[in-house]
Design a protein around this ligand. Structure first.
Ligand SMILES: [Zn+2]
Length: 141
């Protein structure tokens, strides 16, 4: 065994070659399927939207309670009712979307995500990008 550590001739070494260090993976979602990523992102944003809608709804109810519950002579009564109806409609939309997202995540688990439920063809990626919860291709939707 040759324990002489001098560099072989011709190699002006002593400069350690930087070994590429793999970037530590800090994202717990890494390695999962990308469609699952966007679905979970959509789920998070929808959940937080629902939370803020609930807070908004509570605020409206609270504000209405602060007034003199006499809607007939309260010029704000109609506005409060309108605002409440709007928030409720948005809440229903968000709840529907959340259910669709959960169903889509379940389809990823089953391996049927991105497959049209009507004709069995793959749903084009562009459509899934635009509507990650799509169950059918454009032709069947
Ligand atoms: Zn189809």
């Amino acid at each position: 065994m040759d324990h002489d550590q001098t560099s072989p001739p011709g190699v002006s070494a002593c400069v350690p070659v930087p070994v590429p260090v793999p970037v530590p993976v800090t994202d717990p979602a890494a390695g999962r399927r990308p469609e699952l990523e966007s679905l979970h992102a959509l789920r998070r944003s929808t959940t937080s939207r629902l939370a803020s809608l609930r807070a908004e709804s509570a605020d409206i109810v609270e504000a209405a309670r602060g007034q003199n519950g006499d809607d007939e002579h309260d010029p704000d009564g109609a506005t409060v009712a309108f605002e409440r109806a709007q928030v409720l409609a948005l809440t229903r939309d968000a709840q529907t979307l959340l259910a669709e997202v959960d169903a889509a995540i379940a389809r990823v688990d089953r391996g049927t995500y991105g497959v049209c439920e009507a004709c069995g063809e793959r749903i084009p990626a562009a459509r899934l990008d635009a509507r990650p919860t799509a169950r059918a291709c454009v032709g069947c939707a």
